[in-house]
Design a protein around this ligand. Structure first.
Ligand SMILES: Nc1ncnc2c1ncn2[C@@H]1O[C@H](COP(=O)(O)OP(=O)(O)OP(=O)(O)O)[C@@H](O)[C@H]1O
Ligand SMILES: [Mg+2]
Length: 502
């Protein structure tokens, strides 16, 4: 009997001629939470996909319960008790919550038909046991990212996995939801499940994980017990250098008001939203996932326009009925969901970056290849995108690098007002510092930035002012000096806080 439930020995994986995993070894014990840590593109998700049979390794061995194993596809790994929640969510948009949980494994009646009654009863029981409140008949396409994540988790739990792999499960969850998830993970661990957990948030690893394996550039670096390692040591192992300042916020004197929003409302989603944004200012928008911040951003950008209230840009009232109009008015919006709204996976990096500014590069209807390429290259370089070349398809990039492409794409439109929705979600700590430095630089050049973020350190570290939303309305507004973690949490979670509404 071996103590390791799963062992990887010298796993190598190549995509065409590029080696993305180089002799990686890894071991997983029963009843432990084992974190995988590494920069964007280090190979974490690829390693996970080798374990689940999505990819076949080009070298090395997978050993399960002391025996050599081979998984030709995800069905085989699932039958061996391995479940995974992948970084890119994979629900079927037209199926409802219950159908998604049991897709491909629906309970059947004696006659061989789908037993709908049992399906909904089982789904209901499962969600109850996870403490998740969701309408079973809700179609996946109408769920928030956090809710989709919950369905993915329920799906993974439903197969009673002995090994559960979670690739950045918390990146779109906040506070309460993360706490709920951690409670679940701990319960499973105590019941003997072995868990592989990937997150770029180091605090989470210290809170949840027992051991951590660090990867760099596709290679194994080290495995440590979290009790015996410091945050700085982990960062050094991961990036090979120390990072001194994660929030390099420059002091910028705010200029004129460029964006003024008054009593903005969209029936059923948000109401009474009023704020001003000045040139050179970073306005943080805090709140829990689902508080309505993204809806406000989408309304300002003309995706789903507001139904009442007004928007002024540089003192002029505007009716932003479409994103095209928003772009013409100097707005750019980096959405939170890079898979759905930010990126065309089947197109290459260059085309993705030049997408919003195609008209700029089209001369008499023909794309100026060279100009486009140059702009894409410049933007990708600025964001430290890690890819083989600028013709690589977006879907082949690691999650964090996809996020960087989305950022590059909108920055290349030279906006006056930049709306960033969770700008560093899924981005590694080194690049996070680079994104923050870039934001700070853009602000100092006079760009007005509205930054939606669920990460309090980011809100506190980068904002000149902070507004907080809860359940579709604004509950507080703080200056940089006033804002504290406690005040923001309280405004984000409780009913209107006294005295702080402005
Ligand atoms: N299908 C594919 N074809 C070609 N290259 C790929 C493919 N999948 C992944 N890669 C490359 O493998 C490398 C590792 O990617 P991987 O997704 O494993 O990184 P990661 O550590 O999960 O990063 P992140 O933190 O950004 O999610 C990247 O350089 C990526 O571009
Ligand atoms: Mg990944």
């Amino acid at each position: 009997m071996t103590e390791n439930i799963l062992e990887l020995k010298n796993i190598t994986k190549r995509f065409s001629s590029v080696e993305v995993l180089h002799e990686v070894s890894f071991s997983l014990r029963q009843g432990e939470v084992h974190a995988l840590l590494g920069e964007n593109g280090a190979g974490k998700s690829t390693l996970v996909k080798v374990i689940t049979g999505v990819h076949q390794p080009d070298g090395g061995q997978i050993i399960l319960d002391g025996k050599r194993a081979h998984f030709g596809d995800t069905r085989e790994s699932r039958e061996a008790g391995i479940a995974a929640i992948y970084q890119e969510l994979s629900l079927f948009p037209d199926l409802d919550v219950a159908e998604n949980i049991f897709v491909g494994r629906q309970p059947t009646t004696v006659g061989g038909r789908i037993d709908w009654r049992k399906l909904y009863a089982d789904a209901g029981n499962l969600l109850d046991s996870l403490g998740v409140h969701l309408d079973l008949k809700h179609k996946a396409r109408n769920l928030s990212i956090a809710q989709q994540q919950m369905v993915e988790i329920a799906r993974a739990f439903s197969i009673n996995a002995r090994i559960l792999i979670m690739d950045e499960p918390t990146s779109s969850l906040t506070l309460n939801e993360v706490a709920d998830l951690f409670r679940l993970v701990r319960r499973l661990r105590d019941e003997g499940t072995a868990i592989i957990f990937i997150s770029h948030r180091l605090e989470e690893l210290f809170e949840l994980a027992d051991r951590v394996t660090v990867m760099r550039d596709g290679s194994y670096v080290d495995t440590c017990t979290l009790k015996d390692v410091t945050r700085d040591e982990l960062i050094r192992l991961m990036v090979g250098r120390t990072i001194t300042n994660l929030f390099p916020k420059q002091d910028v004197k705010a200029g004129d008001v460029v964006l003024k929003v008054e009593n903005l409302a969209r029936e059923g989603t948000f109401r009474d939203i009023s704020f001003e944004l000045r040139k050179g200012e970073i306005l943080g928008m805090a709140g829990l996932v689902g508080a309505g911040r993204t809806n406000v951003a989408r309304a300002i950008f003309g995706v789903e326009p507001a139904t009442s209230g007004s928007i002024q840009i540089e003192g002029r009232e505007v009716a932003i009925k479409s994103p095209q109009l928003a772009i013409q008015l100097g707005l750019a919006y980096v959405p939170e969901d890079r898979q759905l709204h930010g990126l065309i996976p089947a197109m290459n990096i260059t085309s993705n970056i030049s997408l919003p500014m195609l008209s700029k590069y089209a001369v008499q209807g023909w794309l100026q290849d060279k100009t486009e390429r140059k702009a894409a290259y410049g933007a990708a370089l600025q964001m430290e995108v890690r890819a083989n070349n600028i013709w690589q398809l977006a879907r082949e990039l690691s999650g964090g690098n996809q996020q960087k492409i989305v950022l590059s794409k909108w920055l290349s439109t030279n906006p006056r007002i930049l709306i960033l929705d969770e700008p560093t979600r899924g981005i590694d700590v080194g690049t996070k510092a680079a994104v923050h430095a870039l934001m700070s630089k853009l602000a100092s050049e006079g760009i007005a930035i509205l930054m939606i973020s669920s990460e309090l350190p980011e809100i506190l570290g980068m904002s000149d002012r902070v507004i907080v939303m809860r359940e579709g309305h604004m509950t507080a507004q703080f200056s940089r000096a006033e804002a504290t973690q406690e005040k923001i949490i309280s405004a984000a979670t409780q009913a209107v806080t006294s005295g702080s509404i402005q």
